[in-house]
Design a protein. Structure first.
Length: 213
């Protein structure tokens, strides 16, 4: 498992997150391709019925599972620009985590404060390299794309309750890449979601102060 510890934000920190904004008027024709509306969805049990819901954040239960679910789909819209070469493209994802101790200080930070205080890294247990093809995308055409069944269960298992240091992946950053048939990256967009630990983890180090820089 490779993660970045709470050291200087200049060491291993990702650049400012791109949140896949709407295309500004007049700009779509200047780009070959745009990724819009990156969102996560999951199947959640609600009163013994399964509902497909959008993930706004992940919250760990006392049973050490996640609400709405450990598994999720990444969905986005891929829009071809006026200069796009019609053809086949591939969408794939990578997932990064911001890992820090389970303390009140980190819990009370918002996402931007956390991002500027702790470095980002990858958790090797995360099997995130899944690809979805887009066949014959044409200029000025929009396609809805889904990369399905990403699973956070192996990541949770990498951070057992009571482990030394009580580390936790507070933020999950999903990056969507679009490649052409030659493997050249055409566009990339990313969004971040909060992952909140259960109270079972807020024990021995919860009131520890932030580490000195």
């Amino acid at each position: 498992m490779a993660v970045c510890s709470p050291a200087s934000a200049q060491e291993g920190q990702k650049p400012a997150l791109v949140t896949a904004p709407e295309v500004e008027p007049g700009r779509a024709e200047l780009k070959n391709l745009v990724i819009k509306n990156v969102r996560l969805f999951a199947w959640q049990e609600v009163y013994k019925k399964r509902k497909y819901v959008e993930v706004l954040e992940f919250r760990e239960t006392q049973g050490l599972h996640l609400i709405p679910s450990n598994k999720f789909d990444v969905r986005c819209e891929v829009v071809g620009g006026a200069d796009l070469s019609a053809g086949d493209y591939f969408v794939w994802t990578t997932v990064d985590f911001l890992v820090a101790p389970v303390t009140r200080a980190y819990e009370q930070m918002d996402n931007n404060e956390l991002s500027s205080s702790v470095g980002w890294g990858q958790v090797m247990e995360m099997r995130d390299l899944k690809a979805t093809p887009i066949y014959f995308l044409r200029p000025d055409e929009a396609r809805q794309v889904a990369v399905k069944d990403l699973d956070l269960s192996p990541v949770l298992a990498a951070f057992p309750v009571g482990d030394a240091g009580e580390l936790w992946p507070w933020l999950v950053c999903v990056t969507v890449h679009v490649l052409d048939r030659s493997g050249k990256q055409i566009e990339v967009a990313e969004r971040t979601w909060r992952l909140s630990p259960s109270s079972a983890r807020k024990i021995s180090h919860y009131d520890d102060p932030l580490p000195r820089r």
